[in-house]
Design a protein around this ligand. Structure first.
Ligand code: 5MM
Length: 340
């Protein structure tokens, strides 16, 4: 492992004012997104849609530091035969790859899941490195209800994240470590804070045991928010304060950067929260976005699978990338949304 190289890639991924586009939807997940806009889930449509984003020059050059790809996409060519990876590299952005095989039911733990995908991962990393990937992503999923999560679930997921991260670094690839505490339930912001703290403490413990160098990772956590069905929805300031408190409590300053997932927040909520977190300031890490839905919902709706809407789709993507870039610097305001 060359730690200087890993650290340089990680710092590039979280460079000030830039963030990551999570375009790693598996075939089943992109189908759900396409169903909403009436687009058939074919290989060509998936290619056309992603090519549209990767060719949005201003967004890719100025605001998107890296793109997380799915296995199909990292091997795919644009309509003119250029590998999609080359489009990303040409924009100065770093290609990355999702390597987990998804969350599967955890035996003996009703309602809980564990992320799989460790078998053969060393060889897959070697292959992905040849294809141009310089970072990877593995997502663990932790759900909250009255009786869960259990320590068994948190520990199993943290161990898998640590084994994945160690293998990534061994192969010259920066691991994005993504322990996602879901915002699906009716739990309060306090419960999210408690569970996320528990999860992050366990994750950093397991990363330590696995010998993972923190200077060569990027953390992708959830923000501290109440469940979507919770009667009390907190203010942007409450979310920012709680999130900063948990991160300061759990994330060592050796980590170069934190890139949040959006987790089902609306586009503007995800931007407003990131902005408020960065406005608090004085953080030891660069704090930015690694959004899937919050970057892509608008371009998907604007494009709707029609070649005539290509420019509209690109404009919508460029707009969200710019808004989140401002938020990553703590310089966004609602007025900027309207002005655009
Ligand atoms: C882009 O969606 C990724 C998941 O795809 P699969 O569920 O099909 O594997 C997901 O991991 C994503 O990268 C993160 O959850 C962040 O996305 P959001 O939409 O939460 O910002």
């Amino acid at each position: 492992m060359n730690l200087n190289e890993l650290n340089a890639i990680a710092r590039k991924m979280v460079a000030p004012g830039k963030g990551i586009l999570a375009a790693d939807e598996s075939t089943g997940t992109i189908k759900k997104r396409f169903d909403k806009i009436g687009v058939e889930n074919t290989e060509d449509n998936r290619r056309d849609y992603r090519e549209m984003m990767f060719r949005t020059e201003v967004a890719m050059k100025d605001h998107i530091s890296g793109v997380i790809l799915f296995d199909e996409t990292i091997r795919q060519k644009a309509k003119d035969g250029t590998p999609l990876v080359k489009l990303i590299e040409a924009a100065g952005s770093v290609p990355g790859i999702k390597v987990d095989a998804g969350a599967k039911p955890l035996a003996g733990a009703p309602g809980e899941v564990v992320t799989e995908g460790l078998d053969g991962l060393r060889e897959r990393f070697q292959d992905y490195h040849k294809l141009g990937a310089r970072f990877a992503k593995w997502r663990a999923v932790i759900d909250i209800s009255a009786d869960i999560p259990t320590y068994n679930c948190i520990n199993a997921n943290a161990q898998a994240l640590a084994r994945y991260a160690a293998l990534a670094q061994e192969n010259g690839i920066v691991p994005i470590v993504e322990p996602e505490v879901l915002m699906d339930g009716d739990h309060t912001i306090e419960r999210c804070e408690q569970v996320t703290t528990w999860v992050l403490k366990e994750v950093f413990q397991q990363l330590y045991f696995a010998g993972v160098a923190l200077e060569g990772i990027v953390l992708k956590p959830n923000m501290i928010v109440p469940g979507k069905k919770c009667a009390k929805q907190n203010s942007v300031e409450d979310v920012a304060k709680a999130t900063v408190k948990v991160l300061k409590d759990c994330v060592p300053s050796a980590v170069p950067g934190i890139a949040f997932l959006s987790g089902g927040q609306s586009d503007e909520e995800a931007t407003a929260h990131l902005d408020a977190i960065n406005r608090i300031g004085g953080l030891p890490w660069n704090v930015t976005f690694s959004y899937g839905r919050a970057l892509q919902a608008a371009p998907q709706a604007a494009w709707s699978g029609k070649a005539d809407n290509y420019a509209k789709g690109q404009a919508a993507f460029a707009h969200r990338a710019l808004m989140n870039s401002q938020a990553a610097l703590g310089k966004w305001s609602k007025a900027n949304e309207k002005a655009a």
